[in-house]
Design a protein around this ligand. Structure first.
Ligand SMILES: CC(C)(COP(=O)(O)OP(=O)(O)OC[C@H]1O[C@@H](n2cnc3c(N)ncnc32)[C@H](O)[C@@H]1OP(=O)(O)O)[C@@H](O)C(=O)NCCC(=O)NCCS
Length: 191
């Protein structure tokens, strides 16, 4: 059982629970075309984003199948919200979780997704003693696939036309990492 109270600290980021006041930054992040085009849900409305943040205030616990830890990625220097990340407990019995990361376009291409994923994988494997972490991504999402492969994830699957969104079929790529692989993974070493 995890209840994340203290933020995770990386060299450049504070990975902390969401709080009231994050609405505007989250709306901006989730409305950017460069972000929206890779996700299967539409941007929230200005009213809807308040509910999204409210739900996230308590999404700090991992204990049962389906629980989801959702954190904001804050720039340690400026305090700006640069992204959001999640770790979802798929199966307690199989010690399996799934990760996802979304960065504001201003924050992409600086290694911040790698930095965030490193902290999440340390949490998953070292603190939570999980066995397997997976990530799935739209097959056209090259930046995401590159980041996952650079960390040391293996591509395990290519699901053809498995998602129907916005009147089109989408392929999904499935990536996985085992605890034994993370121990020696290229992404674990801080450059
Ligand atoms: C997927 C996503 C999180 C990846 O972000 P990213 O910034 O490209 O990923 P990284 O942190 O690994 O950064 C890697 C890039 O930064 C560059 N970089 C610069 N400084 C770096 C550093 N200190 N360390 C590592 N990479 C660095 C790398 O060369 C690399 O560039 P490249 O991809 O052109 O080769 C981002 O594209 C995103 O938020 N997309 C929209 C939402 C989304 O699709 N999320 C995933 C859903 S499954």
């Amino acid at each position: 059982m995890l209840d994340l109270v203290e933020p995770l600290v990386t060299p450049r980021l504070l990975l902390r629970p969401f709080r009231t006041g994050d609405e505007e930054a989250l709306l901006d992040l989730r409305s950017r075309p460069e972000v929206v085009r890779h996700l299967y849900w539409p941007p929230p409305t200005p009213d809807g984003v308040r509910d999204v943040v409210r739900q996230r205030l308590t999404m700090t616990k991992l204990a049962a199948d389906g629980d989801c830890l959702v954190l904001a990625a804050e720039d340690r220097e400026t305090g700006r919200l640069l992204g959001e990340l999640d770790l979802s407990l798929v199966s307690v019995e199989n010690r399996h979780a799934e990760i996802g990361i979304i960065l504001h376009p201003d924050a992409q291409g600086r290694g911040l997704a790698t930095e965030t994923a490193r902290a999440l994988l340390d949490l998953a494997f070292d603190r939570l003693d999980l066995h397997r972490v997976t990530a799935s991504t739209n097959s056209g999402n090259e930046a995401s696939a590159r980041a996952l492969l650079r960390l040391g994830f293996r591509q395990e699957g290519h699901l053809v036309q498995c998602v129907r969104f916005a009147d089109a079929w989408h392929d999904e790529l499935i990536f996985a990492m085992l605890a034994s692989e993370w121990a020696g993974a290229p992404g674990r070493i801080v450059a």
